[in-house]
Design a protein around this ligand. Structure first.
Ligand code: GLU
Length: 428
């Protein structure tokens, strides 16, 4: 079986195409990225040496609007990954009915090895290299794995220097003081929480009797963990790239956050004396062990391909909410389905980030800024409306939720692609 992420993504598309009336032209178009750019970025390092980094930006499909998607700084970034992530963004934006297409970018590096000065030079160098490929009406980047508001601010500033005018709408996820939106930083986790809370009402289980494991305690995972904790769910395990902790009686998430901030690793946190007194009976566990815990809800909120054909049979959770992009491989889908596990897919669950990015872009263009309450009200309404539609498609067609989400997005993408003319239109 191919290990290419893009071919995995296309398998999902093929599956959904069986349930949608869409022209052959449209489905053929969606199999290929519109434009892919690979650049080299020379950076002067603090010790005086020159290091050249590889960067990417992909615009997958812009039929419904300018392409939109994050920029990732990670050692595994490569063209296949960036194209797949841009493919997912296309379907994510369509599933949420945003007037945007799908894009993605990244630089291959371990950002933790760079100083702040080097990171700034790299971020600005990346924009120098891709400036002609992006723009407020063309392609609008945003944060993704290991990029943050400060990096978005440097990038917007660099783009504005190149264009010799202030261009806040070229990038989203900026600091508030540079045209960022209220609620954007927490939006992925907040949006995922809205979907989870709405969907769990369909099952006869109260938050207090629902156990949850969260893989990944970063920008998205830590927010949803906190919101679930506040809503009364019992979070029994969390992890980060160093490892995780398990406590059957439930973890005190605000303390985990506090110690994570101080110690920068959940595992290290839990080995500190003071934390052990907060979380009794805790147990250190690996990321792999967390995925197969006997819990009600599993939330993969780290990287892609965490649940594959190798471990899917061992997953015990009844519901999975994909907060990361692509945490389950296409092979694993079928195994989880056979076990009767409900998988709420990434293109719905984690769409809160791009939805508030869309709000930020709208605010930048209109010059009128919204309160956090307004942002979250709109976010909740959009996420819950589309989640309900996807749930209904899944029930009516008796298909998994992931396929239903693709069917839902394909309906909208198909309409837009068909409107440009199809074989039937030209040949008659
Ligand atoms: N990187 C996020 C995602 O994968 C957000 C993209 C955006 O805000 O444009 O959805």
């Amino acid at each position: 079986m191919s290990t290419s992420l893009l071919s995995d993504a296309n398998r999902r598309l093929e599956r959904a195409l069986k349930y949608v009336k869409i022209s052959e032209d449209a489905s053929e178009r969606l199999k290929f990225p519109k434009a892919s750019l690979k650049v080299s970025i020379p950076v002067r390092m603090d010790n005086g040496s020159l290091r050249v980094f590889e960067g990417y930006r992909v615009r997958y499909d812009d039929t419904r609007g300018p392409t939109k998607g994050g920029i990732r700084f990670h050692p595994n970034v490569n063209m296949d990954e960036v194209q797949s992530l841009a493919f997912w963004m296309t379907f994510k934006c369509a599933a949420l009915n945003l007037p945007l297409g799908g894009g993605k970018g990244g630089i291959t590096l371990n950002p933790k090895e760079l100083s702040k000065f080097e990171l700034e030079r790299l971020s600005r160098g990346y924009i120098d290299a891709i400036a002609d490929f992006i723009g407020p009406d063309v392609d609008i980047p945003a944060p993704d794995v290991y990029t943050n508001p400060m990096i978005m601010g440097w990038m917007m500033d660099q783009y504005s220097i190149i264009r010799r005018q202030l261009c806040p709408a070229v990038i989203t996820g900026k600091p508030l003081s540079m045209g960022g939106s209220q609620g954007r930083d927490a939006a992925t986790g907040t949006g995922a929480f809205f979907v989870l809370a709405a969907m769990m009402q369909k099952f006869d289980k109260s938050p207090h009797e629902t156990t949850v494991a969260v893989q990944g305690f970063g920008n998205a995972g830590s927010v949803i963990a906190r919101l679930l904790f506040e809503a009364g769910y019992k979070i029994v395990a969390v992890s980060d790239s160093q490892g995780g902790v398990y406590c059957p009686d439930g973890l005190d998430i605000p303390s985990v956050q506090q110690f994570k901030n101080a110690a920068r690793s959940v595992k290290a946190v839990y080995c500190e004396g003071s934390v052990c007194s907060i979380v009794e009976n805790h147990q250190v566990l690996t990321n792999e062990e967390l995925l197969t815990l006997d819990v009600d809800i599993l939330i993969p909120a780290a990287l892609e391909n965490q649940i594959t054909a190798a471990n899917a049979a061992d997953v015990q959770a009844r519901y999975i909410f994909e907060v990361a992009n692509g945490p389950i491989s296409a092979d694993a889908d079928e195994i989880l389905e056979a076990k009767g596990i409900y998988v709420f897919p990434d293109i719905l669950v984690n769409a809160g980030g791009v939805t508030v990015s869309y709000f930020e872009w709208v605010q930048n263009r209109s010059g009128l800024y919204w309160t956090e309450e307004e942002v979250n009200q709109r976010l909740s309404r959009m996420m819950v409306t589309e989640a309900d539609k996807i749930w209904r498609i899944s029930q009516e067609l008796a298909i998994p939720l992931r396929t239903a989400a693709y069917v839902h997005a394909l309906d909208r993408l198909g309409d837009a692609l068909n409107a440009k003319g199809t074989r039937e239109y030209y040949v008659g």
